[in-house]
Design a binder for this molecule. Structure first.
Ligand code: C2O
Ligand code: CU
Length: 539
């Protein structure tokens, strides 16, 4: 195992992610930010200097569990203070498990501004993956708005509320095309792009040889969009999700929600005199954004030859039965760690859209998360009893709540309380979706947990009830760090509190998190009397 050192500077720069000039966040002048490559067991050391002139910054290593290093998690107000302009902060952490990960800003809405990059962890030297391939490619998916994030942030925090709308473009490795279509040849109404190939918004081209197997690593850091990805005429085999191996299954396309990563294998067994589109489109919301495109180039033909077939069409945005059937196919590779069969504590989290003094918010068990100025990790460790709400938020909600209707009393409250979780206990979380403020609206929310992977025990419709208990999958549930709740449904997950720290658990949709859609878990602190706590030191 090695230590891998990086010297990074974060700054704004002028870019053109979808061919239109726009300010983007960049690291060392690169957008998307540089890809980190490491091997399992390595230590990553990032010296991060904030070159922004007027705002703080932090970087979160999404999917890295930070075993024993909670202070390196990079969450403003939770694990650290935002790094001031001009200051340098050193992140040092172990990448203990091979897989596909990414990193991103975790202060304000900096992820939406383009502060993200990939983090690829290979298996240890001499070890093998449980599958074989001849080459690999990475695709980092994101969505892009022409309105700047500061304006977006003001819109979301205004009374009356202003929604940011749908993204103007979808980006693949930071590249999209707003004012022209790559696939114009298949669409008489679209005007084509004229690229020489070196433009910053020219599409990604994956150069492949015929009759080989490739691994495609796909990560979604979208701000809002749920996506579906397909490769024209090529089947894919799902093999990894969020850094955990899957029982392989074959698909023509797959859904990917913000915060998720997948590896798929595909075989280049199609006509080698053609090239093929990779298309990415919006699901779960009425799509008003054109597909994102990349090209699979068979090196037996010229790279500039456009695919003969049109780009694969994205499945209907509201075909939730199709999305659920995909999610339900995801199982852990046999031999993967199994969940404990019993839980010590079960927390029910009701997801609702609410109002506070006329402002539109999201709330969990009627509490809308409002992060305190002092980071929890320090304030809990040093027993600063006035740094955040000392009362913990509720473990459940009224069993008579009608999740099919808008909240009868939409008023909610701000809160900064934490869930105190005992060390080495098994925690269940039942995420319960509900109707939003408008009738007949319930949205998709991809929930992401810091500091852990969790087992996804199951999904269901309507209100979770005792009868659903027997349907939970304790046999081969997949380990993930992000899981979706479908409209009007529930999702059950389980994890073991074996990693002392303070961990965010939140909806990965950036505007939703900004509007309070999250909770905070503090784990491994011993309660000493009413308000006093102490960090539980393991080893
Ligand atoms: Cu990728 Cu707290 O998020
Ligand atoms: Cu959400």
């Amino acid at each position: 195992a090695k230590a891998r050192h990086f010297k990074w500077e974060v700054d704004y720069m002028i870019g053109a992610p979808d061919c239109l000039e726009h300010v983007v966040m960049a690291i060392n002048g690169q957008f998307p930010s540089p890809t980190i490559k490491a091997r399992a067991g390595d230590t990553v050391v990032v010296h991060l200097t904030n070159k922004l002139h007027t705002e703080g910054v932090v970087i979160h290593w999404h999917g890295i569990r930070q075993l024993g290093t909670p202070w390196a998690d990079g969450t403003a107000s939770i694990s650290q203070c935002a790094i001031n302009p001009g200051e340098t902060f050193v992140y040092r952490f172990k990448v203990d498990k091979a897989g596909t990960y990414f990193y991103h800003g975790h202060y304000g809405m900096q992820r939406s501004a383009g502060l993200y990059g990939l983090l690829i962890v290979d298996v240890e030297e001499g070890k093998k993956e449980p599958f074989q391939y001849d080459g690999e490619f990475n695709l980092l998916l994101s969505d892009w708005w022409h309105k700047g994030v500061h304006d977006q942030e003001v819109d979301l925090s205004s009374n009356p509320f202003r929604w940011i709308g749908e993204p103007e473009s979808l980006l693949i490795n930071g590249r999209g095309q707003y004012n022209c279509s790559l696939a114009a040849a298949h669409d008489s109404k679209a005007s084509g792009c004229t690229f020489r190939g070196n433009e910053a918004c020219a599409p990604n081209i994956l150069h492949v040889k015929p009759n080989k197997t490739y691994r495609l690593r796909v990560a979604s850091t979208t701000s809002l969009a749920s996506l579906n990805l397909a490769i024209g005429n090529h089947k894919m085999l799902m093999v990894e999700a969020d850094g955990n191996y899957l029982q392989p299954f074959s698909v023509n396309d797959f859904d990917i929600y913000s915060g998720e990563t997948y590896s798929v294998l595909f075989r280049t067994d199609q006509r080698p005199t053609d090239n093929y589109w990779i298309s990415v489109g919006v699901r779960g919301r009425q799509p008003r954004t054109p597909q994102g495109l990349a090209i699979v180039h068979y090196q037996t033909t010229t790279a500039s030859k456009l695919p003969t077939l049109p780009p694969p069409q994205t499945p209907l945005w509201n075909d939730y039965a199709r999305s659920k059937s995909f999610s339900n196919k995801i199982r852990a590779l046999s031999g993967s760690p199994k969940p404990p069969i019993n839980h010590h504590r079960r927390i029910f989290l009701l997801n609702t859209q609410n109002r506070i003094n006329g402002y539109t918010k999201w709330a969990i068990n009627n509490v809308s998360l409002s992060l305190p100025p002092t980071p929890y990790l320090g304030s809990i460790k040093h027993r600063l009893t006035n740094a955040f709400d000392q009362k913990s938020p509720p473990d459940t909600f009224l069993s008579t709540y009608d999740i099919m209707k808008p909240p009868p009393n939409p008023n909610s409250t701000y809160g900064s309380g934490v869930y105190m979780l005992k060390f080495n206990t098994t925690i269940d979380v039942i995420l319960q979706n509900a109707n939003a403020l408008n009738p007949n609206v319930s949205e998709i929310h991809p929930w992401h947990l810091h500091g852990h992977d969790f087992w996804v025990l199951g999904y269901g419709e309507g209100m979770f009830s005792k009868r659903d208990e027997d349907k939970l999958n304790l046999k081969n549930p997949p380990l993930r760090n992000t899981v979706v709740i479908f409209p009007y449904g529930w999702t059950a997950l389980r994890f073991v509190t074996d990693n002392p720290g303070v961990w965010a658990f939140h909806c990965h949709i950036e505007p939703h998190l900004h509007m309070g859609m999250g909770v905070v878990f503090a784990e491994g602190f011993i309660l000493l009397g009413r308000y006093q706590t102490r960090l539980f030191l393991v080893a």
